[in-house]
Write a protein that binds this ligand. Structure first.
Ligand code: FAD
Length: 399
């Protein structure tokens, strides 16, 4: 009897989640990672209650690091412009203390890897190309190895080689026109129960409380327009100078940061929403399918969701049958592509509205946000409506 196999390229959040979920479903699955060791990017990220629910379902213990809070968009002086409200009933059903939580990547990955069975992830395998044969896929790696699979999934990040072969016309990732300084610090005495996203006319300064190694910490970020500028010589002074007028505890959080070790810059890139993700036995997920701007604060979360739903639909398919595989990939794509295309587009637009429009339009934007009821509401609904529906789906349909 044939034991059909799913091969996943890339052990980021998408690949690990899909690997865990498929393994849990009893499907023969291997995740191939180019790095010799699985090491997450540094810094923090924000995960919402959908990600939390999926991770729990897969047995990942994030209870003590999910520090649930709500997000608020504020003016630089503290005036609230929009509040991300999610149904309390829904949160109670999900047993989530708030809609989103800051987390250190390192700790989240460690928790995920804790439940990864031996041999699920094979390191030191850089994907090069695949061949689709009459009865499966032949996968070629840079180390000379060749593996066979019935389904191939590219979760190999923004510069995905799987996507490159599947859809060669996809444009190369482009700079979005914004850059972010990201930092984190320990801050036991600062008591903040929101994820705060504050703007002045030109900059966004945000911070979110999180728990790391049992200690109260904050992640923070400064978003600015980017036109190819080199980083300034004295980065901490540069950043401090830009946010000196922002409401407390902005300065306190920044001054506690070990800027030599815990401050770095991310120049955001994107690709336009794709029209198709799957062909035959091959599909893509995570950043390979929809790299996102931080205005969605949600790239890792969407990668986790992709991995989960892909596994769910493959579990319900007959993986010995090419047509059944194709139908499962279509179900996955039909659910995920419109949602992630909307979210990434919305995030791109927010980024442009806040950082790339000319000065007079920025003043008009701020006038509308501060004086015209309903302007902030667009931010609120754009960020949660579909995500709430997704959480309901995850809660109501056991894996
Ligand atoms: C600085 C920064 C801050 C961020 N902050 C947040 C945040 O606050 N919240 C949030 O939700 N998201 C955040 N994101 C986005 C988030 O990190 C990504 O959206 C998420 O990691 C995507 O997961 P993924 O599994 O699709 O891809 P990745 O995490 O990029 O993983 C891809 C994996 O594939 C491997 N790989 C690549 N090519 C090959 C190959 N040829 N063969 C084999 N393996 C390969 C890579 O080594 C890597 O392990 C941030 C991103 C950055 C860069």
């Amino acid at each position: 009897m044939k034991n059909p196999k799913v091969a996943i390229i890339g052990a980021g959040p998408a690949g690990i989640t899909a690997g865990l979920a498929l393994n849990k479903a009893g499907i023969n699955v291997t995740v191939y990672e180019r790095a010799e060791e699985i090491t997450p990017l540094g810094g923090a990220l924000i995960l919402n209650a959908v990600g939390l629910t999926i991770l729990r379902r897969l047995g990942v213990d994030v209870e003590d690091i999910y520090n649930g809070v709500h997000a608020e968009f504020r003016r630089w002086d503290g005036k609230v412009r929009a509040r991300i409200n999610v149904s309390e009933d829904l949160l109670a059903q999900a047993n989530a203390s708030g809609w989103q939580s800051g987390m250190m990547r390192k700790e989240l990955y460690a928790r995920m890897l804790d439940v990864v069975p031996d041999d699920l992830i094979v390191a030191g395998h850089k994907f090069e190309r695949y061949e689709e044969t009459a009865d499966g896929i032949k996968i070629h790696f840079a180390n000379g190895k060749v593996e066979h699979a019935d389904v191939l999934v590219g979760s190999d990040g923004i510069r995905s080689l799987v996507r490159g072969q599947l859809f060669p016309d996809t444009p190369e990732p482009k700079k979005l026109g914004i850059a972010i300084w990201l930092g984190w610090c320990e801050a036991d005495e600062i008591d903040v129960k929101q994820c705060v996203i504050q703007h002045d006319k030109n900059y966004q300064m945000g911070y979110c409380p999180l728990i790391f190694e049992g200690k109260k910490c904050f992640e923070w970020w400064l978003v600015e327009e980017y036109k190819g500028e080199k980083p300034p010589k004295d980065v901490p002074a540069y950043v401090r100078n830009l946010v000196g007028h922002f409401a407390a505890p902005t300065q306190e959080i920044m001054s506690r940061t070990d800027t030599d070790a815990h401050l770095f810059r991310w120049i955001v890139e994107y690709i336009p929403g794709l029209k198709q993700w799957s062909k035959g036995r091959v599909t893509i997920m995570g950043d390979a399918a929809h790299p996102t701007s931080p205005y969605a604060a949600y790239g890792a979360g969407m990668a986790i969701e992709d991995g989960y739903f892909l596994a769910k639909f493959l579990k319900e398919a007959d993986l010995t049958d090419a047509n059944s595989i194709k139908a499962a990939l279509k179900r996955y794509e039909d659910l995920r592509r419109p949602y992630t295309n909307f979210t990434t587009k919305f995030a791109r637009i927010l980024g442009r509205v806040y950082h790339n429009v000319p000065g007079p339009l920025r003043s008009l934007r701020d006038y509308l946000l501060d004086n015209v009821k309903g302007t902030g509401r667009k931010i609120e609904t754009g960020m949660t409506e579909d995500a709430e529906a997704l959480l309901k789906m995850v809660l109501n349909e056991p894996f």
